[in-house]
Design a protein around this ligand. Structure first.
Ligand code: THU
Length: 139
């Protein structure tokens, strides 16, 4: 990815916050997921009066993409409302681990359009539990 492409993905994550449904926390989050085919899927957090059913922006983007047939992903950009880098929650990291290569998948934490921190999935979720672990348990 070029610097311009990273900036464009960051801008998509910031734009995705617009549709955040977050009346309980008041904390908007946006995500932009880049599929290997080049398509970008936006996601926002969607809260619920029962709190538990709340869906994070990252999972919204991933579930939208997977539900449309995408399985290969290159990168995700994540933007929160705070003037700081927003790290994905543990559940979202685990969902990323289901579909994304731990070393090749790029995670950009967006402070603003021109200020991103980058991590690999392995850095954010070392020792992820995956389908390979399930195989080891089979007798
Ligand atoms: N949230 C996200 O959308 N992504 C994260 O990685 C962390 C938290 C949302 C969930 C909830 O709507 C709000 O932020 C406060 O936790």
């Amino acid at each position: 990815m070029t610097e311009d492409q990273i900036r464009a993905l960051a801008a998509e994550a910031v734009a995705a916050k617009e549709f955040s449904y977050s009346p309980y926390s008041g904390f908007r989050v946006g995500a932009a997921l880049l599929a290997e085919c080049g398509k970008i899927y936006r996601g926002c957090n969607i809260e619920n009066a029962a709190y538990g059913p709340t869906n994070c922006a990252e999972r919204t983007a991933i579930f939208k993409a997977v539900s449309e047939g995408e399985r290969e992903f290159a990168a995700i950009a994540i933007a929160g409302d705070a003037d700081d880098y927003l790290y994905p929650c543990g559940v979202c990291r685990q969902v990323m681990a289901e579909f994304c290569d731990p070393d090749a998948f790029r995670i950009f934490l967006v402070k603003d359009r021109d200020d991103c921190k980058e991590f690999s999935l392995r850095e954010l979720l070392p020792g992820a539990f995956t389908a390979a672990d399930l195989e080891k348990g089979k007798r």
